[in-house]
Design a protein around this ligand. Structure first.
Ligand SMILES: Cc1cc2nc3c(=O)[nH]c(=O)nc-3n(C[C@H](O)[C@H](O)[C@H](O)COP(=O)(O)O)c2cc1C
Length: 442
């Protein structure tokens, strides 16, 4: 399936909301997307641009799984398998992403959204940045881009990202920023794998992907992308970037960040701009979901792991809930250490037994309330390198205190038991009319 096929499918199923009234790229589109989240929305008439905008496409795991034709429970194995068995994309001579070539680019013609009050500018937030290094090969990741002229943007490049290493080494790097991509490409771009691995090969293992050579820079881009912005990012040319809403839904600070100069824009004839609300569920899903297989793997090395949820309540980044098949008393503690190794930005890990629904925060809290003791079942890792996104981490160093909570029940109960009492199963129709049965489920 292509992104276009998926949009058509959503429309046929009546799941795509259409906004045909004129709407501004400044605040209004973001406001509607936020109000309608997680419903996908197509904005047909953008006041400042001839291109339509689509957003809220992949806000839930269900939508991601639906696109790939798999069950939600198969996402972790599918991602893990794609990382392990990545495969070369098919290279094609021409692709729809180059149907129109703008040799004199003007970013003002694009529906680059202004999202929130106090944002430093209009931002590209769904752009997948593809860069090439002569020794390391192609790298693909996300960098938000703040427009500040008709051809220039400031790129937020977090320290130690692979692209940051490319920039530091080469000082200036040619890139193609691809906008309007299927979730296979988006999720692959959000994985952190070893240097030298082209994440498009991970996308190709999730779903076959054709790539085409960019027009003016030496990288391969998804042939079906809606838009491609080609140009150069300069490490030493800086511009203020921010404020902008980050994953934690708080406003990030202003920094001097590298400048991206756009030289050529290519796009499909009838290109659709892909919006992605910063800090909201689509952003969260794309950040957290690719960490679940890496945590799963590490935990599975020390104890049987059943499932992992990098939960939205923890910004889909700072909290991991890990479900294990506990066999030994120290399995919970082992799982905590392994989970931190599987996601180094994680701040709090919660380990639970198989009877706890890790997608239900109330159940996890119940396990904490009934099975946890702070003096023996908590692992505190004082002042470790943490996430740059955490507003409570030490400014500058991002040092943070990480804590693991073993919420599994002790293997032997020495007083009360740890299991929920089972109520009897009854056939309600024997006792209540249909109407009353329904009421009882409200
Ligand atoms: C929607 C989205 C937006 C992101 N924005 C940024 C960003 O602005 N700057 C950044 O350095 N990382 C950003 N990230 C995170 C990285 O792109 C991501 O962690 C990636 O895996 C890093 O790749 P690397 O391991 O090749 O360095 C974003 C991720 C997502 C999913």
């Amino acid at each position: 399936m292509s992104l276009r096929d998926y949009i058509r499918k959503l429309d046929a199923q009546g799941k795509l909301a259409h906004v045909s009234a004129p709407i501004s790229k400044n605040y209004e589109i973001a406001g509607v997307l936020k109000k309608l989240e997680p419903r996908p929305v197509l904005f047909e008439h953008v006041v400042e641009s001839s291109f339509p905008v689509i957003g809220n496409l992949f806000c839930t795991k269900a939508s991601f799984a639906d696109y790939l034709g798999i069950q939600v429970s198969q996402i972790i194995p599918a991602l893990a398998n794609a990382i392990d068995h990545r495969s070369a994309c098919q290279k094609v001579a021409a692709g729809p992403c180059q149907e129109v070539v703008m040799e004199m680019p003007d970013l003002d013609q694009l529906p680059i959204l202004r999202h929130c009050v106090n944002d430093g500018g209009n931002y590209v937030s769904s752009g997948v940045v593809i860069a090439h290094h002569p020794a390391l090969g192609q790298n693909v990741d996300f960098h938000r881009l703040m427009q500040f002229s008709r051809t220039e943007m400031a790129a937020r490049v977090v320290a130690r990202r692979h692209f940051d290493a490319y920039l530091k080494d080469l000082q200036q790097v040619d890139v193609a920023v691809c906008i309007g991509n299927p979730p296979s490409v988006l999720a692959a771009a959000a994985t952190s794998v070893a240097y030298g691995i082209d994440e498009l090969e991970i996308a190709n293992a999730l779903e076959p992907l054709e790539v085409v050579h960019a027009r003016s820079v030496d990288v391969l881009v998804p042939a079906q992308s809606e838009f491609v912005l080609e140009g150069t990012v300069y490490f030493n040319r800086r511009h203020a970037e921010g404020p902008f809403v980050d994953l934690t839904e708080t406003q990030d600070v202003v920094r001097e960040e590298p400048v991206f100069v756009v030289r050529v824009i290519t796009h499909r004839k009838d290109a659709i701009w892909q919006a992605l609300l910063p800090g909201m569920s689509e952003h969260k899903l794309l950040m957290g979901m690719p960490r679940e297989p890496t945590i799963y793997r590490k935990v599975n090395e020390v104890v049987r792991c059943l499932d992992v949820n990098v939960a939205p309540g923890g910004c889909s980044w700072l909290h991991a809930i890990v479900q294990i098949d506990k066999q030994n008393e120290d399995d919970g503690m082992k799982a905590i250490q392994a989970a931190f190794a599987g996601h180094t930005s994680c701040k709090h890990v919660f380990v639970v037994d198989r009877d706890i629904d890790i997608y239900n925060p109330q159940e996890v809290e119940w396990a904490m309330a009934t099975r946890f003791q702070g003096d023996t079942r908590m692992l505190i890792k004082d002042k470790e390198p943490g996430s740059s996104l955490d507003p409570s981490a030490e400014p500058g160093t991002h040092l943070t205190t990480k804590i693991g909570f073993d919420l599994t029940k002790p293997l032997a109960a020495s007083g009360k038991t740890f299991d929920r009492a089972a109520f009897p199963e009854v056939d309600l129709s024997r006792f209540l009319e249909k109407e009353e049965q329904r009421g009882s489920h409200k």
